[in-house]
Design a protein around this ligand. Structure first.
Ligand code: SF4
Length: 312
């Protein structure tokens, strides 16, 4: 049985502590970018689950300069944690979707901030042109970098339903390009997308586990007010997980993941005031406690079913 300190899975917290020798916090920054799936280049609708802030609901306002956003968030952290290092996290919208000089300026500013030991950049696989990849390679040589890709599902019919706007082949090309440049890649998957069975979700997990990636984020699907997903849910209500169902599913997923993949997230984080369903997810502590308790009850751990599992 594998264990990573007190946890039966390879958590981001554990990974960063091992790598940097102390607690490392992510600080969300809003670079003021947009997204081709929202600005009309691909579509104006966006992915159906995307909140108005492009999934960057926890970053300070984009009207503030990067340095000011960082200090604002750091001040709040320092009240609780007197010491620590930071990963500058460009989370909102598509953080490689701007001219190269604009991107370079924002990234350079972020990595020059005090106690910043790395940078995380969330983007779309179709926004990784050669010049962008070259810039990322340059940044990767200066500091620790990981790139996050929102795959959400490996299934093309679901991808079309959620208006993701790129095919699986585009994701594979992006992962391969990042891997060739030794850039760590973290893939987002959403559990609970409409029309997907449990088996479909496990197939997506199994698919990403075979890719040359270093991390995974497992998100619980949140239905947020004022999103196309909310309209869809009103017109065609679909099953939303109970807490118990989600807890077991997340453990099923983790059992399929190989032990070397770092797990960055096992729940969802959305704007609570706008959350329509599932409401139980507002109590994140209860969800995490429930997952850890169930791990023990099931005698489960990350990779338990990795080498020989094959959902049909
Ligand atoms: S790619 Fe990201 S920012 Fe763009 S619409 Fe989809 S979720 Fe929103």
């Amino acid at each position: 049985m594998y264990r990573w300190d007190d946890k039966p899975y390879y958590s981001l917290n554990y990974y960063l502590r091992q790598k940097f020798g102390e607690k490392v916090f992510k600080i969300s920054l809003d670079g003021g970018f947009t997204c081709p799936n929202r600005d009309g280049t691909l579509s104006k609708k966006g992915c159906i689950f995307c909140s108005g802030r492009g999934s960057g609901d926890f970053a300070p306002s984009a009207v503030l300069p990067i340095t000011e956003q960082f200090h604002q968030s750091r001040t709040l952290l320092i009240d609780k944690w007197k010491s620590g290092k930071y990963i500058a996290y460009f989370q909102a919208f598509t953080n490689t979707y701007a001219p190269i000089d604009v991107l370079r300026k924002k990234y350079e500013e972020a990595i020059s901030l005090p106690d910043v030991v790395g940078i995380a950049i969330a983007t779309r696989p179709d926004c990784l042109s050669q010049p962008v990849l070259d810039l990322l390679e340059e940044i990767n040589k200066k500091t620790y970098l990981w790139v996050e890709l929102g795959l959400q599902t490996m299934h093309e019919d679901t991808a079309s339903l959620i208006q993701r706007g790129y095919p699986l082949s585009c994701f594979e090309e992006a992962v391969s390009n990042l891997s060739k440049r030794n850039i760590d890649t973290v893939v987002h998957l959403i559990l609970g997308l409409p029309g997907e069975s449990k088996n479909d979700m496990l197939l997506s997990v199994q698919y990403v586990s075979k890719q040359p990636i270093q991390g995974v984020k497992l998100h619980l699907l949140h239905i947020i007010k004022n999103t196309p997903l909310y309209d869809y849910y009103l017109k065609k209500p679909f099953h939303v997980f109970t807490m118990n169902e989600y807890i077991d599913l997340v453990i099923d997923c983790i059992e399929l993941l190989p032990p070397h993949i770092v797990i960055h997230r096992i729940t969802g984080d959305g704007p609570k005031a706008l959350l329509i369903a599932p409401l139980w997810s507002k109590n994140k502590k209860a969800v995490l406690n429930g997952i850890h308790k169930r791990f023990k009850e099931r005698n489960a751990w990350q990779g338990k079913l990795y080498s020989f599992s094959c959902p049909k």
